[in-house]
Structure formats: C-alpha cells, structure tokens
Design a protein around this ligand. Structure first.
Ligand code: HDE
Length: 701
C-alpha cells in the first residue's frame, strides 16, 4: 500500500458476520454498563484488532490496549499450593445445635441456632493443580468459618491421623511422595520408589499407611467423605480452663468409596469427577451436609490414654471417648469465580477465635508457621487477608498494620502506632487491645530443657496401625492388602520392599504374608520396633463399610437405552430412583436420544462412548431386541456392563438385553436384576456394592 494512502473501507458487517475484520459489529449502541474498558477505565473501541502500521504492517508499541491485555494474561497464574494444589471449593453455612457453654468461650460453639458463613475447600495432596480428581490420595477438608470473633480455619483431612509426628519431616515426606526429582513423574501417585523408601525408613508412618492403602483414599464423592481436624486442639472457657478437643465431620450422605480399578478409569473418563459432582449437586439444590462432632478430654483423661494425645499419628477410639455431634454444615453456593475464591482462599491453622487454642502437638506447631508463610509466595503480599474470600466478615478487622503490596484499605488520620494520646488532641486514636474479649493462649506449663528429642511417649509406631487393621471388615482388610501389593509392585528397589514387609509384620503377620505372597517375594524377618506394640480393642467406627446406613441419596443411576426401549420401564426406574434421592441419566448410542416403544422421543443425557458406567453407582439396560443386536457390536456397551459388574454395582436389565449380558459374561447374582416388573428391586440392590461378588471378579491379596 502506498504511503499515506487511506485504507480501503472496512467491509460492511452485520451481527452474524465473523469478528476480527473491522469494527462495525458493535455499531448498535453499547450502554455504559456494557462497555469493555482497560484496567484504568478507558472504553475500548476495538477488542478484535491490535494497532498496526497499516493493515498488514507490524504492531505498534503504542498499543496500550494490547500491551495491558497481554501483560495481564502473562501473569494470570500464581504459584500453585506446594501441597493440596488440586482443589474444589464451595460456600455455605454452619449452624450450632448443641452448645459447649462452660467448655469454651468461642461463640461459634456456644450460640445454638446462629448461622455462620463458611467457605470450604476439598483437595488432593500430592498432585499438581491440573491433576485428576481420583488418585489414591488423602483428601484435604479445609473449612473457613467467618465467625463473629474472627475467622476460624479448621484445616483438616479426610483421615484422622497423619504420616509423621514432627513438622521437621514434612518437607521430606512431600518431596518423597511428589514426582521423583530427576524424571518428573509419577504425578499424583504414591506408588513409586521414593515414597516407599521414606515410609519404610520411618515406622511412625505405618498407621497412616494403613489408612492410605484402604478405600478411604478413593472417595466416591467429596460429599461422601468424613473430615477430621487431625491435630489435638484445646477449648478454653471464660476462666481459661482447658479441655482437649478432636474435631470430626460426618457426611449426611454416608461414607462411600470407589474400587481401585474404577478410580483409575474415572481418571480417564472424567478427570474432574469430584469437582463436577460437587458443583452439579449444589447447582441442583442438592446441598451436601455434614455434622460437626467433637471428642472432649480433660487433662486427666488424656493422661490415662495408652498413647500421647499430642502425637498426630494416633487417634482416640470413639468407643473410648464418644463423638458428640454439636452442629451442621451445609454447602449451598458454588463460587462465582474459581480463581478469586477457590484458588486465592488462604487457610491458616492460626485462625482461631478466642476460646479455641492449639496444643503442643509438634506437627501442629510447625503448621502454625507454615501456612501464613506460604501465602507470601502464593498470593505475593502480606495483605492477602484483604482478598474478599479471606476477609473477616463476621466482625470488624482493624489494627495498625500498614502499607505493603496491594494495600486496598485507605487509612485516614495520623494514628498508626500504639499507645498514642492523639485522642487528647481531638484526633481519632484508633483501636486498642482488649484483655477481656481478646484471644488468650492457654497457660501451658513449659520451661523444660531445650532439646531436639522425640518424646518417649511417641515411640510406639505399631499399636494404632494394628488397631486400624484389626478393626476392618474382611473385605476392607483384603483391599488394604491389595492396595499394598499394587503400590509395592511399582517399587523397583527390592531392599525398600523388604523393609516395608519387615515393618508390616509388626502390624499383622497375616497382612505381611498376604502382601509378600501377592508380590511373590519371600517374607523377611520382622523389624525391631522402638516400643513393643500393644493390642487394643477393635474400633468398628474405623470401618468404612457399614458405618453409615446404605443409601442411594446423592448417587446416580444410568439407564442405557436404544430405539424401541420400553418407556414404561424407563419411567419406573426413574421414579423409583428419584424417590430415593438418586439422579438418573439416560445414556444412548447417540446424543440425540432415542424413540421409545410408545413412539415418544427420549432425550439422552450422555452418549455411550463418553459415559462409561464408572461414572454411575448402578446401571440398567432398557433396550429393544434390535437395539441390543446393534450394541453387541459396540465394545463400549460390553465395557459398560463388564465394568459395572467388576465394580460390584447393581445391574438392572430387561429380557431383550439378555444377549448383551451374555456377551459381557455377566453371571447371575442378587445384584443382577430383571427389572421387567420390579424396578424397586434394582433400587434396593443399588444402595451398596455387591461385595460378595468380588471374589468372582478379581483376586485380592
Ligand atoms: Fe498442610 N499445608 N501442612 N496439613 N494442609 C498446606 O498451606 C503443612 C498437614 C492441609 O485448601 C499449605 O495454604 C505442614 C496436616 C490442607 O488451601 C502449607 C504440615 C493436615 C491444606 C502446609 C502440614 C494438613 C494444606 C500449602 C506438617 C491435616 C490445603 C498451601 C507440619 C490436619 C488447604 C497452603 C487449602 C495446605 C503445610 C500437615 C491439611 C505448605 C508444614 C497434618 C487441607 O502451608
């Protein structure tokens, strides 16, 4: 184009024309509220084209609209959490139902009926922010209560104990479990050399390993997990008298896990399985709920325990000290923006209102430093408490901390120090301390020698692992043994495997033998325990299966249909499932749905290839004879059935589906149900897995 020659007129555009070639699209009036602006409020006239020297010329440095947009984009990511990077959040409320008056002065635990806003973030531990939702992993269960006395963060897990006893081992533990340093894999998996090397050298990890290898680390849904504060805390009353406390969350939908093979397949079918499930449940008004429970112990009761209450690798059996249910938490609102809320939320175990206090648990003591500190690298400023999701909402927040990156408060006046006598000059003096209502620490007796020592009372590393294992049902024990076999089968260092087996002999001889047999290696001699383990009375409350009533509530049933499907049966299954609180999804060979035998169209919620049965809790087949014949040629249909069977799910079928059952080699049992005239039977069988089928479908250790 010749210099200074005006460009050809931009092509005339309509609202249907593709964007990007001219500024004509928004020729219709744009109201001020609709206008897109720069970060500084200047209205942008063209958000499709950068400013160039001629329509085919280089872009100009002068284009501040482009530069601002690209620069902001370049810095969109902040460092992910070093642990618990992958998470899902929700808003809700907490309501106290039973007062702890006299035990604590924290109003959130004494004012019955009062509703307190909460924000909850569930997470996995080992994987990065983009990793899948269903690895074998501990889940984080962090709750921020915006109380009238300041924020309270109960930053817990879905397992009541932890791997290590002292915070100084945490960086080693996390380095060992994350991707190996030289090769950058495996992602979100503990089944590798370095994790098991570390574990085998630290017998204090054994109890947690029992939990980690159990189905607790394979939750079906974030809505179906228990939560625990893990560390021991204190409650302080008006006279500053202390009671030890352990916090528990009990899911109203009960506890449920997936099978290992299922979890692996879900990871491929829907990497966001848990995030989607939580989001969709809340969106549908199916609000997840938990009861908050406490175990309360006096100093004398703590002293009488055969282990140290300050040791986070130990739990207090409910049969010894019952869990008192004192409140309920309901999650009823999805975040508006994932980054602003779920990513930027900063949980701090140091966030405690007056009346709640820490114990000397050496793991907790390290956490009291770490969380505040890590926010500096993640959120980049000491003012991260001003981000809306972190702000104290239930009460005023004021002090003389000033300035810093991203300061958003505009402080008036001269008072920014204390004490001051500016009030005498008629100026606003600012806030002061309040010894009556302020946070006071428990007057714990300390003042001993300075030592780097592990207390002798922490030396027993096996009794609680024994307690956990011996408390499990036969199925759960077999799953723990099989979990160990799977993980150790991925460990290449023979001496590490030998050391794990040596340690396991101190937990249970039969367990060690089963794992050795599963690995096809000889059983080595038992390792020498630091303290002789004791046998404690089994605690059935530690079981996953059978602890809560079987239920279909919050679960999902898939109905695989074809053209000609019996509409009456589809309706019957749907009605029966929905009356139990379950969702029903119609799966069809094509997304457009099918024509039923009554000539009515039936819309599909999912297409067979993209909706494997691992995404559902039970399945049924309502097909016509021709439809069945077509499905026989689809491996996705065979897998749909085969997996449902292998994952111990109830399978309902109509007579026309028989050839498909045969092709998938489904054997008759009480979970394989002809729903011709009894949809209810399918519903009854769907409320739990068919555990008795397991021996038919896989060899467990
Ligand atoms: Fe954490 N942990 N942790 N942790 N933790 C973090 O804080 C840490 C521990 C837990 O959804 C980090 O903001 C140390 C036990 C949850 O945002 C970090 C030790 C329990 C979350 C940190 C522990 C937890 C974290 C990383 C050993 C169960 C996610 C990002 C002394 C009671 C919270 C962050 C969320 C996050 C440190 C052990 C639970 C690095 C040093 C035990 C649920 O500060």
């Amino acid at each position: 184009m010749a210099k200074n020659k005006p460009p050809a007129a931009a092509p005339q555009r309509t609202d249907d024309a593709p964007l990007g070639q001219g500024g004509e699209r928004h020729q219709t009036a744009v109201s001020p509220a609709e206008r897109t602006t720069t970060n500084h409020g200047v209205t942008i006239s063209d958000n499709q084209n950068s400013l160039k020297a001629g329509d085919r010329g280089p872009t100009l440095l002068e284009d501040f609209v482009l530069r601002e947009k690209i620069q902001h984009f370049d810095h969109e990511r902040i460092p992910e959490r070093i642990v618990h990077a992958r998470g899902s959040g929700a808003h809700g409320y907490f309501e106290l139902t039973d007062s702890l008056e006299g035990i604590t002065r924290a109003k959130i635990l004494t004012e019955v009926g009062e509703r307190t806003e909460v924000f909850v973030r569930f997470s996995t531990v080992a994987g990065g922010a983009g990793s899948v939702d269903t690895p074998r992993d501990v889940r984080g269960f962090a709750v921020k209560f915006y109380t009238r006395d300041g924020n309270w963060d109960l930053v817990g897990n879905n397992i009541p104990v932890f791997f290590i006893q002292d915070a100084i081992k945490f960086p080693d533990l996390i380095h060992a479990v994350k991707m190996e340093a030289d090769r950058g894999y495996p992602q979100a998996a503990s089944a590798h050399d370095t994790f098991w090397d570390f574990v085998s050298l630290l017998p204090e990890t054994t109890h947690m390993i029992m939990w980690a290898m159990s189905d607790r680390t394979l939750p079906r849904s974030l809505r179906m997990m228990e939560g625990f504060g893990v560390n021991t805390f204190r409650l302080l009353n008006e006279d500053d008298e202390a009671t030890f406390v352990k916090f528990h969350w009990r899911p109203m939908l009960g506890l449920q896990s997936t099978c290992w093979d299922e979890a692996v397949k879900i990871a491929g079918a829907d990497p966001d399985f848990h995030r989607r499930d939580l989001h969709e449940a809340i969106e549908a008004g199916d609000y997840p709920e938990w009861a908050l429970g406490v175990q309360l112990l006096s100093q004398a009761e703590a002293d009488a325990l055969p282990f140290d209450i300050l040791d986070a690798t130990k739990l207090i059996p409910e049969e010894l000290h019952p869990v008192r249910l004192i409140g309920r938490m309901v999650l009823d609102r999805n975040p508006d923006n994932f980054f602003a809320e779920t990513e930027q939320v900063a949980f701090l175990p140091t966030n405690m209102p007056p009346g709640i206090d820490v114990s000397e648990d050496p793991l907790l003591q390290g956490r009291l430093f770490s969380y505040q500190d890590t926010q500096l690298s993640r959120l980049g400023t000491v003012n991260f408490h001003q981000i809306p999701v972190n702000r104290a909402k239930g009460c005023p927040m004021q002090n003389f901390q000033r300035d810093g990156h991203m300061q958003t408060q505009v402080f008036a006046g001269r008072a920014n120090y204390e004490p001051n006598s500016l009030a005498d000059a008629g100026e606003e003096p600012g806030p002061r301390e309040d010894p009556t209502h302020g946070f006071r620490s428990f007057r714990a007796v300390t003042g001993d020698q300075k030592v780097r020592l592990r207390a002798e009372s922490f030396a027993d590393h096996y009794s609680h692992a024994r307690l956990f294992y011996s408390s499990q049902s036969g199925i759960e024990q077999a799953h723990i043994a099989s979990g160990l076999v799977f993980e150790l089968s991925k460990v290449k260092l023979d001496h590490v495997v030998r050391r794990v087996l040596s340690n396991l002999r101190n937990v249970d001889e039969d367990l060690a033998a089963r794992v050795a047999d599963g690995l096809n290696v000889p059983l080595p001699a038992a390792s020498a325990p630091a303290a002789e383990p004791i046998d404690m009375a089994p605690s059935p409350a530690l079981r996953l299966i059978g602890k809560y009533e079987d239920s279909l509530a919050g679960r999902a049933i898939a109905i695989l249909v074809t053209d000609g499907a019996d509409a009456r049966i589809v309706d019957a299954v749907r009605a029966a499932a929905e009356s139990e609180g379950a969702a029903v999804k119609i799966i069809a060979p094509r997304i457009g749905g099918v024509m039923t035998d009554s000539g009515e169209p039936l819309a599909a919620g999912g297409q067979l290839g993209g909706s494997p049965s691992v995404l559902f809790d039970a399945v049924s087949l309502v097909v016509s004879a021709e439809g069945c014949a077509a499905l026989l040629k689809e491996s996705a249909a065979i897998d749909f059935l085969r997996d449902a069977y292998g994952h111990l799910k109830a399978i309902g079928f109509t007579a026309e589906a028989a050839p498909l059952l045969e092709a998938a080699r489904i054997l008759a049992d009480d979970g394989v149900i002809d729903i011709g005239d009894d949809a209810e039977a399918l519903i009854a069988a769907s409320a739990t897995r068919r555990w008795d089928r397991e021996a038919r479908v896989r060899t467990l250790a």
